[in-house]
Ligand binder design. Structure first.
Ligand code: SF4
Ligand code: SF4
Length: 139
């Protein structure tokens, strides 16, 4: 039986723009699998490391070690994402319900995070992302 995937706050936003890029093959395969389950089953909001982090080479002892201080920064990013989406840590959500919330909050996310994110180039290959960024999206 499939288990509802758990996603941390910022992944509830960023994963809508996944375009096949990631740290390595294991990471992207796991991410694809998590996304497929999210689309079919919905998601549960995770506090801290989630089912995407589980396949990440930068997770150590359930902490994000991608850069100095990254764990605390990622926690703050999660909190901001949940505040924008108005979701609580113990929520269960449909993936499409989440997706419908993205256009209204995207400009705030773009200003605060996308403009200094190392994954911007990858997200800019995603047409949905570009449409939201350029204010042309009608999804
Ligand atoms: S461990 Fe850090 S870099 Fe890896 S997926 Fe989780 S938040 Fe992202
Ligand atoms: S550019 Fe970075 S912060 Fe913005 S949606 Fe993409 S991964 Fe998330």
């Amino acid at each position: 039986m499939s288990v509802i995937p758990k996603l941390r706050g910022h992944h509830l936003i960023c994963l809508h723009f996944f375009n096949g890029k990631g740290y390595n093959r294991e990471f992207t395969e796991n991410l694809r699998c998590v996304l497929e389950k999210a689309e079919n089953l919905g998601v549960e909001v995770s506090v801290g490391a989630d089912d995407v982090c589980r396949g990440c080479p930068y997770m150590r002892d359930k902490k994000c070690c991608s850069e100095d201080h990254s764990n605390q920064e990622i926690i703050e990013m999660d909190e901001f994402a949940l505040k924008l989406l108005k979701e609580a840590f113990d929520s269960k959500l449909g993936w499409n319900v989440l997706k419908e919330k993205i256009p209204a909050i995207f400009h705030l996310w773009l200003e605060r995070y996308c403009k200094r994110c190392c994954w911007t180039n990858a997200c800019e290959e995603n047409l949905y992302y570009l449409g939201l960024r350029d204010g042309k999206n009608t999804f």
